[in-house]
Write a protein that binds this ligand. Structure first.
Ligand code: ADP
Length: 274
């Protein structure tokens, strides 16, 4: 089953928009012969929050890494119809990646860690102090600029990682199971932070998860993947009139969304229990 979402389901509802990223018939065979992705196509419009959901090993990370240019497709293409492309075939400065681990430099302060992507672009520290402090404020860490990673909780480290991804003001944020290692309460708080940032900035998010609950809470579109080889099994919008908050988590609408997503995932897994 592959249901294509019409562009009119995007938050902006603007059918004239060209997709931000257009993944066309991408396959990936690793050197050990593993066929990780087969003929995967995915168009993502500006402003969407898309969750890539599927069982472990179905190719979610591989797809995300190929979109980010961190790995090559064996066949197929990734197009960026609405961006200027650099010599590496990627939209210049438009993509940021958040990994499952915060991957902070322990010898640098929070400020120094968030400065890194700007430093790599040759921006002098004096010229971006305000931008860094503003970005830290968006993740609630403005009072921790001088702290070192060892002084922070797991959730705070992940907030630094998100700030580092946002400081360059990317159009597309790719998140690879960023909250999988966090406790449930911290995870829910960070889910709310990411939703707020998405709403405030209009950034496009592709979020890899294997959590039905997380995908149903966060996304306005869910792409369920199937394994061996990885491919799209279902692609559908999740529309709600409610704001996604603590109330939504206990609403009948959220319960129904979780049920729909869960059934689709089960179907993708050929009826196995997840
Ligand atoms: P997911 O993110 O859905 O858990 P992955 O994209 O990590 O799945 O992996 C998809 C498949 O590709 C798995 O079978 C995995 O073992 C395999 N795989 C991932 N990376 C490599 C690699 N570098 N070399 C060989 N096989 C890999």
């Amino acid at each position: 089953m592959q249901t294509t979402v019409s562009p009119s389901t995007t938050p902006k509802g603007d059918t004239r928009l060209r997709p931000l990223v257009d993944m066309k018939s991408v396959s990936k065979i690793f050197s050990n012969g593993t066929l990780a992705l087969a003929d995967m196509s995915l168009k993502v419009e500006s402003g969407e929050f898309v969750s890539l959901l599927g069982p472990s090993g179905c190719g979610k990370s591989t797809a995300l890494r190929i979109i980010a240019g961190l790995g090559d497709a064996s066949t197929g293409t990734i197009d960026w119809p609405s961006s200027r492309i650099n010599s590496k075939g990627l939209p210049d400065g438009d993509i940021s990646f958040v990994f499952q681990e915060p991957t902070l430099m322990p010898w640098q302060t929070v400020f120094g860690n968030v400065y890194l992507p700007l430093k790599l672009r040759g921006v002098p520290k004096s010229g971006c102090r305000d931008a860094i402090m503003e970005t830290l404020a968006t993740v609630g860490l403005e009072d921790f600029a001088d702290a070192y990673p060892r002084e922070l909780s797991g959730g705070m480290k992940m907030r630094v990682s998100i700030a580092r991804a946002l400081v360059t003001k990317p159009k597309l944020l790719l998140m690879d199971e960023p909250f999988a290692a966090l406790d449930e309460i911290t995870r829910q708080k960070l889910n709310d932070d990411v939703l707020r940032l998405w709403q405030e900035t209009g950034i496009t998010v592709i979020f890899v998860t294997h959590s039905v609950f997380e995908s149903a809470y966060l996304s306005n579109r869910i792409v369920v993947m199937k394994a061996r080889p990885g491919r799209v099994h279902a692609d559908f919008p999740l529309v709600t009139s409610l704001s996604r908050d603590a109330y939504y988590r206990t609403s009948e609408e959220y319960r129904q969304a979780c049920e729909t997503v869960s059934k689709t995932l089960l179907d993708a897994m050929g009826g196995e229990e997840h």
